[in-house]
Design a binder for this molecule. Structure first.
Ligand code: ZL4
Ligand code: CA
Ligand code: ZN
Length: 387
């Protein structure tokens, strides 16, 4: 009915479990799993499901979670209740870094095992050759560490998915366009040359979470460590604009792919890099965010597409629905279909591409010269990988 057809010559799989969407981090917490409901409603309203294989993923087993995380941490997540006292007298901290950012809420373990299961299923569709582009908008939780929660992330589904891909792929390129640094993924693969991590983010060591990801943090310093020069970081300032972001992304990703020659790409599409995000500080519009996805798709490599941050739900849903349409190669009408559920939630902006209003703009602190120096810094790292 919407004229949406299956892409010719490749398969897209879409992994979404509606059980996750009901979860609540607690009053006023910025992370709203409900944004996933809104995303899926738009995807379905456009009829995009006609063009993809839809899967309701299973929960990951505790054994699978332990492929990256330490046993005692997983057992803690399995056992802990919102009513428990998790304050540790000895360390003077909450256990495993739970607290305001990473609260213990009802159904926490179910939530974690569902988003991790979805990323694992998606990765396995790629390695089974049953899918060429696998999408899990509930995943992309890049801050979680081996033994602790961090920045709204408990289980690092990205690390688990990459470990799956590494069973079949010699080289994985991980690209992260969330406004925050992808520190958990970087740390997990810091010492290997089989994963290259590349994060674009707002960087301010003292003032912006997590404070890591400087241009010269590129892997172990010893030149004989395989991981040297395989962690790349693109530190940005407030207010970057569409044309700057797209050019920077392409000018950096193109040589990374040419030099590293990955056999699969994992793309974390955190939507907090959009203008108007509750936690973000860029001026990037949905079309420019999507242009990154479209650019990666053009390499024709198998691709795992994940969510991440994104705290202004109506924008997150539009961006991820639009990016789903780019993955299937469908042109969608810019106006949301009239039968979209929750249409009232979008106020008077019933378009996929709302204009960033001037009240929400950040002053652009990224000069042309600064961005050129960042590209040069990355090129310098890539030179170490040649020959
Ligand atoms: C909140 O209102 O910068 C959590 C977090 C909970 C509700 C009630 C508690 C009020 C903003 C954030 C007190 C909250 C204090 N509630 C939170 C250093 C901080 C210590 C914790 O997109 N306080 C920590 C994490 C970042 C910090 C960003 C991005 C995830 C991702 C991938 C994670 N943490 C200062 C903040 C609120 C809250 C309001 C909040 N937390 C904003 N930024 C952070 O990269 C998914
Ligand atoms: Ca990032
Ligand atoms: Zn983020």
């Amino acid at each position: 009915r919407n004229g949406i057809q299956r892409p010719k010559g490749y398969t897209v799989s879409y992994h979404a479990n509606p059980e996750m969407e009901k979860m609540h981090f607690g009053p006023k917490h910025p992370m709203k799993p409900w944004r996933l409901t809104l995303t899926n409603k738009i995807v379905l309203a456009y009829g995009m499901h006609e063009a993809m294989d839809l899967y309701i993923p299973r929960a990951a087993t505790s054994q699978e979670l332990k492929d990256f995380h330490r046993e005692d941490y997983i057992e803690f997540l399995q056992r802990v209740l919102p009513t428990d006292n998790t304050w540790d007298q000895e360390s003077g901290q909450y256990l495993f870094n739970t607290g305001d950012d990473c609260p213990i809420f009802d159904g926490l373990y179910t939530y974690c095992s569902l988003y991790a299961g979805a990323s694992l299923d998606a990765a396995r569709k790629l390695t089974n050759l049953q899918s060429d582009i696998a999408i899990n908008w509930s995943g992309g939780l890049h801050h979680a560490k081996k033994t602790e929660a961090s920045g709204f992330c408990y289980i690092n589904d990205i690390v688990l998915a990459i470990l799956q891909l590494l069973l079949y792929h010699p080289r994985v390129l991980y690209i992260d366009i969330d406004v925050h640094h992808g520190d958990g993924v970087e740390q997990a693969f810091w010492s290997t040359d089989r994963v290259m991590t590349l994060s674009f983010h707002k960087y301010n060591r003292a003032e912006f979470f997590p404070g890591t990801g400087a241009l010269d943090d590129t892997g172990p310093l010893r030149n004989d460590s395989p991981g040297a020069h395989h962690s790349l970081n693109v530190p940005l300032h407030d207010g970057i604009e569409d044309d700057q972001y797209i050019k920077l992304f392409q000018d950096i990703v193109r040589p990374c792919v040419r030099t590293y020659q990955p056999t699969v790409i994992v793309l974390q599409c955190g939507a907090d890099s959009l203008g108007g995000d509750r936690l973000g500080c860029f001026n990037v519009n949905i079309k420019a965010h999507g242009a990154c996805v479209a650019f990666i798709k053009k390499f024709g490599l198998p691709m795992l597409v994940l969510g991440g941050g994104g705290y202004t739900a109506r924008n997150v849903a539009k961006a991820w629905a639009y990016e789903t349409s780019l993955c299937i190669g469908a042109e969608v009408h810019p106006n949301l279909p009239a039968h979209t559920p929750y249409l009232e939630h979008f106020g008077n902006e019933k378009t996929l591409f709302p204009k960033l209003d001037s009240l929400n703009r950040y002053e652009n602190k990224n000069s042309r010269v600064y961005l050129e120096s960042v590209v040069m810094g990355i090129m310098e790292q890539l030179r170490y990988l040649q020959g």
